[in-house]
Design a protein around this ligand. Structure first.
Ligand code: PLP
Length: 381
């Protein structure tokens, strides 16, 4: 049985934002939700809790232990349990760590392009957003980062850098050398790094993923199985301190840890403990969907530019040659009934891009490309 195999009618019964925000004739390939059937151990855990009325407040220890074992198993990363705390979700973790590192305000340096919610969460904690372009290949740009870090230091502005590892939306996976270069800059200019590693279990090869804390003991990380196991509706997450950052973690207010949901904590624990077979299958289905999109684009939309990602289920598509106007995603939703994410939301460099979510059935991906092809053909006639 496929995990990402449900037909359109079945998916339309979903009540989350992905399937509700657009009219029913629009195919939703936007927000990073998977159209997945969940891992059986996660379902069994949640059903058992509900049936037994075991729905109180969270107890974090098994969740932390499960993450520690998962990190050791997948990435050979040894994380001491004492370096981990639970949080409401990854973005709350990113916010709270940043409040600790920048107690009196300052800058949060982020990539251009990067996950579109980053600036919103920085705005929420009233810190200043500074954008640094990725390289032309969508990779960390050390020269541009150094310029931004040096400017912050020169102006006496405290700053942190939010690393997105692996990167959303480009799907690049920073190498150990790239991360070591970043850690050097961090130390040289006093700009601490907070790494968002929510997409890490979705790397094409687990060996490609380098946890940032393995190159920088002063780093801090936020993680969760919610993206890889399709559990965004079950709110919980983790923050992890590098060996030289544990003092920062002690400043995390306990209420932040209490705020995760017990059912979510138990579901995430089951995913980390028993979800490996499901994860392996969903990763191979994502690769198949990626290959499907590659061949459909080559056949039907050869003018779309796409650099193959090495992680996640997101396709960052350069549509500048399709003539879709200044808001290509808006045009596609209105005229082709295909909802993708507007590239400009990820930063100024994304304005001729759209982000397409491939965590759905092959039929839906095929239908979406057909619809876009017809629109483009009609316009060319
Ligand atoms: C890079 C990144 N971080 C965080 C999140 C959201 O995580 P959470 O729901 O745990 O806050 C997403 C969701 O797509 C994401 O892509």
């Amino acid at each position: 049985m496929r995990i990402l195999g449900a037909d359109l009618e079945t998916n339309r019964r979903r009540t989350s934002v992905k399937w509700q925000a657009f009219p029913p004739d629009v195919l939703p390939l936007w927000v990073a939700e998977m159209d997945a059937t969940l891992a059986p151990p996660v379902v069994a855990e949640v059903v058992d809790l509900i049936q037994r009325g075991d729905t109180g407040y969270p107890w974090p220890t098994p969740y932390i232990e499960a993450f520690v074992d998962f990190a050791a198993d997948l990435w050979h990363w040894g994380v001491p349990q004492t370096h981990v705390r639970t949080v409401t979700d990854v973005m709350v973790g990113m916010e709270e760590l940043t409040r600790i590192l920048l107690p009196d305000g300052g800058q949060v340096i982020i990539d251009d392009p990067v996950y579109d919610a980053f600036p919103l969460h920085i705005e929420n904690i009233r810190r200043e957003v500074v954008r640094v372009p990725l390289s032309h290949e969508g990779r960390l740009n050390h020269d541009a980062l150094e310029a931004a870090f040096a400017a912050a230091q020169g102006e006496g502005r405290p700053a942190v850098y939010w690393l997105c590892n692996p990167q959303n939306p480009t799907g690049t996976v920073p190498t150990r050398a790239e991360l070591t270069g970043l850690a050097d800059l961090s130390h040289r200019y006093g700009v601490r790094v907070v790494s968002d590693e929510i997409h890490a279990p979705l790397c094409d090869n687990h060996d490609d993923f380098v946890p940032y804390l393995t190159v920088d003991p002063r780093g801090l990380t936020a993680a969760s199985p919610s993206k890889a196991f399709s559990l965004a509706g079950l709110k919980a997450g983790l923050v992890i301190a590098g060996d030289d950052a544990t003092a920062d973690l002690t400043q995390l207010h306990p209420v932040v840890s209490y705020a995760s949901s017990h059912v979510a904590v138990r579901a995430h624990t089951a995913a980390y403990r028993e979800g490996r077979p499901w994860l392996d299958q969903v990763r191979s289905e994502i690769l198949e969907n990626r290959e499907l999109l590659r061949s459909l684009l080559a056949e039907k939309l050869p003018r779309v530019g796409w650099r193959q990602p090495h992680a996640t289920y997101l396709a960052w598509l350069d549509v500048r040659e399709l003539g879709l106007g200044t808001r290509p995603a808006h045009t596609l939703a209105k005229r082709a009934q295909v909802a993708v994410s507007e590239g400009a939301n990820y930063g100024p460099s994304g304005k001729s891009f759209v982000r397409m979510n491939l965590a759905t059935s092959p039929e839906i991906i095929t239908e979406a490309v057909d619809r876009i092809e017809h629109l483009v053909d009609d316009w060319m006639d």
